[in-house]
Design a protein around this ligand. Structure first.
Ligand code: ADP
Length: 256
């Protein structure tokens, strides 16, 4: 997209010529477009739980409150939706915080205890689904300047996705050091994803299966938060997946 501006050069009522400036505003427009899309997605995502909360409150007021069982069921839904709303707001704030963060934010941290902590938090959920979590730490990963909170968030989002989208089998986390790179992989034996989705899963609010994501409490922002944090520390994230077989995410950082 080219933007033209013409300005006359004149002194008093004498005209000497024109200055024509041409500016390529493609990138600015694309950024504006992305921002606009994000705002409209956020609005939609926030409205969904709110509309549901309002609906159930109305129904309760209209008489459902007199039946204790129904009332309790509706209150449960209101509770779940309010919690979703809270998670959404937290994730949106976190994303914008990461976007404005300097890449040397943080201190010396070790990844192994962070991963162990996240596994401990999610162990119960894994047990409930009879999924085995395996942690192969071939190498201890150390970051000289990183945020423990952010790294915990990365591992939390990756592992909870692996559990959410796996019905049975194993989730394997491997940390290795290859040449001058740290490699973290998270592999599951879950539902996988169709090829055409793989390029889009890191987009904000993109979900392969909206209803499955909703049912398990997803905000659609988890992977986009992960990608932002990984890129903040100059890392990369890749995904390989086969439907009904499983998914492997590979995160790579330059060794510091
Ligand atoms: P959500 O909150 O929906 O899980 P994410 O940003 O974390 O949002 O993930 C985006 C989408 O990518 C998910 O809705 C899901 O369809 C897909 N996805 C993420 N991780 C996995 C996985 N391990 N296996 C299969 N699909 C996955």
């Amino acid at each position: 997209i080219l933007h033209f501006r013409i300005a006359p050069i004149s002194k008093g009522d004498k005209h000497y010529g024109f200055i024509i400036s041409v500016r390529d505003i493609t990138q600015t427009r694309q950024l504006e477009e992305l921002r606009y899309q994000f705002v409209s997605n956020v609005t939609h995502e926030l409205k969904t739980p709110l509309t549901s909360i309002q609906g159930f409150v109305e129904t309760l007021k209209d008489g459902a409150i007199d039946n204790r069982d129904i009332a309790l069921r509706f209150l449960d839904i209101i509770d779940i939706e309010a919690k979703r709303l809270y998670r959404l707001i937290q994730d949106i704030l976190l994303l914008s915080e990461i976007e404005n963060m300097e890449n040397n934010y943080g201190m010396r941290i070790e990844l192994t205890p962070i991963i162990e902590e996240v596994i401990a938090i999610l162990q119960q959920e894994a047990d409930k689904k009879q999924i085995e979590i395996i942690f192969n730490h071939t190498h201890d990963i150390v970051f000289e300047h990183a945020s423990a909170d952010y790294m915990k968030q990365v591992m939390m989002n990756m592992l909870s996705n692996a559990l959410k989208y796996t019905d049975t089998g194993t989730v394997t986390i491997t940390t290795e050091c290859r040449n001058d790179e740290y490699v973290i992989s998270i592999q599951d034996t879950g539902i996988g994803m169709p090829k055409e989705s793989l390029g889009r899963i890191f987009e904000r609010f993109y979900r392969v299966d909206k209803s499955r994501s909703r049912k398990s409490g997803g905000t659609g922002l988890g992977l986009s938060i992960v990608k932002h944090i990984v890129e903040l520390y100059k890392g990369t994230i890749k995904v390989e997946s086969t439907e009904h077989v499983g998914t492997t995410f590979t995160i790579t950082f330059k060794k510091n």
